[in-house]
Design a protein around this ligand. Structure first.
Ligand code: DGJ
Length: 539
């Protein structure tokens, strides 16, 4: 009986796929994880469905040992994570040149599957935080073959991105890894994406001053970069466009002809070198197994000179240079620890770049920020760093993740429809207004009987005519008609509830103090709540 029913459902849904002109269901379900435009945004597709990564990144060394990792997976799962950003280093998979060992990869996959977790592997290879500590010793000890960056006349322990031998060795190892992942995971899709290298760029100087680098810097700006600037002039990040135009918007010339004298030209030059190298590494991996690949970025302070942060990393003002160097990287990510979280989200979610931060703050800050990233900027995931240090069921991030997990199918549909908003409130920003679903929503810090909460966060999505679904805490919402000339708006009913297997299970009817006597849709600050409201109009 069960078989017949399942068969019927499968056949029916497959017919639907064919009728709406998409790839057949079985093809979609078997497709490797990939990014896809869905309505207003780009989403990560896994097993034929959009997926949001409620993730966290492990400390750098945890996943180097399976015994160490064993108890960590179930703790992360209990905290509500569905994905773990898991470091994997070149030194451990190719300890001797050409001799690959994938025991660790297989063990991590096995452990992740047992805990029902997905993985984003982080390829720690030529660079990590600007330095080259994760390259195998056979690379580190051969600085003639694998040349170094020169700063102030000295070789430093940073592999030069201008060295073809290093690029080929890194690319060969990465290709071997991707071939192996395809072999053992191509039909399971435990591995969702790959981060290629970590926070790259020259630290200690604004550019590499090795002989090869000096020669390239004195040479012409590559034609591919000039062509890209010309073809994408309108969409360039404003900072880069301004600099380029201030120097005459030239398409031919040396780096200083085109970008002027000084550190900005050095940074753009380094961005081109790192980007060309890493696009090539990613490309050789993709030729083996094509899943989404990205790089992360050490973000600078607003007036910090390049070299005090890794010069050439894919920060917004040089991200166009990275894009000009190739298309193997699917998107660019911030490591977002900065206090102006919302601003950095906007700087990365532009020109089709989906928002994902492999590193950010967890705890109470992360518990709030995840609502903004996924709700307001259609994030494809969120990932606090050092996640195993805070993994406990009572962690505030876990509370947020579980609440978001329960509404994920709706969230993903509303991201695509463009009618979901996320927000962060505190004493400096006490309210925000949104217009959606025929109403203006005035969202403010919650207060009742003269006492106001310190902070609030959440997301609200349209839930049919005159209805909304909200998740979060510490805020209240009042409604007015949009356009403004409409009738008065009243709160018909508020229900708290939860989603179980996608079905709404209604809880208390909230009224009285809980909706300030019918004046506001309230989410008090004691816990993350999931509530539905319906509205009515009167003249
Ligand atoms: C950023 C790096 O990308 C991480 O690997 C780690 O070193 C953290 N900083 C530490 O805060």
């Amino acid at each position: 009986m069960r078989i017949t029913k399942t068969f019927f459902l499968l056949s029916f849904s497959c017919l639907l796929c064919v009728n709406v002109g998409t790839a057949p269901c079985w093809a979609q379900e078997n497709a490797a994880p990939h990014l896809e435009e869905r309505g207003a945004t780009k989403q990560l597709m896994v097993d034929g469905k959009p997926f949001v990564m409620l993730s966290g990144e492990l400390h750098n060394s945890s996943s180097s040992n399976l015994d160490y990792m064993k108890p960590i997976w179930p703790r992360l799962a209990a905290m509500g994570l569905n994905t773990v950003v898991t470091p994997l280093s070149w030194e451990l998979i190719e300890p001797a040149e050409g001799k690959f060992d994938f025991t660790l990869v297989d063990g991590l996959l096995d452990q992740a599957r047992q805990a029902h977790e997905r993985i984003v592997f982080l390829w720690l290879a030529s660079w990590k935080n600007g330095m080259s500590s994760y390259a195998p010793v056979w690379v580190k000890d051969d600085s003639r073959r694998f040349t170094r960056v020169v700063e102030h006349g000295n070789e430093v322990e940073i592999l030069s991105p201008l060295c073809a031998a290093t690029r080929q060795a890194d690319a060969r190892a990465f290709a071997a890894l991707m071939r192996h992942i395809k072999e053992v995971d191509g039909s399971r899709h435990t591995v969702l994406m790959m981060q290629v290298e970590n926070e790259v760029g020259v630290l200690g100087d604004s550019r590499d001053r090795s002989e090869a680098a000096n020669k390239a810097f004195a040479g012409q700006v590559p034609a591919e970069l000039s062509a890209y600037l010309g073809a994408h002039r309108e969409e360039l990040y404003p900072d880069l466009r301004e600099l380029w135009e201030a120097n005459g918007a030239k398409t031919v010339g040396t780096w200083t002809d085109v970008f002027g004298e000084g550190e900005r030209a050095d940074e753009i030059f380094m961005a081109w070198q790192y980007a060309s190298y890493i696009q090539a590494v990613a490309q050789s991996g993709k030729a083996e197994y094509d899943i989404p690949m990205y790089v992360n970025t050490w973000l600078p302070g607003e007036n910090t000179p390049p070299g005090q942060y890794p010069s050439g990393g894919s920060q917004p003002r040089v991200v166009d240079v990275w894009k000009a160097a190739g298309t193997a990287l699917d998107f660019y990510s911030p490591d977002l620890y900065a206090a102006n979280f919302e601003e950095w989200c906007k700087r990365y979610r532009r020109e089709g770049n989906p928002l994902y931060m492999p590193e950010t703050r967890g705890g109470a800050a992360g518990a709030a920020n995840v609502f903004y990233a996924l709700g307001e900027d259609a994030g494809i995931g969120f990932s606090p760093f050092g996640i195993e240090s805070e993994a406990s069921e009572s962690d505030p991030l876990g509370e947020s993740y579980k609440a978001i997990a329960a509404v994920t199918p709706m969230l993903l549909d509303h991201q695509a429809a463009g009618d979901v908003h996320g927000f962060l409130l505190d004493r400096d920003q006490r309210s925000v207004d949104f217009t959606m679903n025929g109403y203006t929503l005035h969202v403010s810090l919650d207060s009742i009987f003269g006492s106001m909460t310190e902070s609030g966060f959440g997301m609200i999505m349209a839930d049919g005519k005159d209805k909304f679904l909200g998740v979060g805490k510490g805020f209240r919402v009042s409604f007015s008609p949009y356009p403004e000339s409409g009738p008065h708006v009243g709160i018909g009913a508020i229900d708290e509830g939860k989603f179980e297997d996608g079905n709404w299970v209604v809880g208390r009817r909230l009224n009285g103090d809980e909706d300030d006597q019918g004046q506001a849709w309230r989410f008090d600050s004691r816990a993350v709540h999931t509530e539905k409201v319906s509205l009515y109009s009167f003249e």
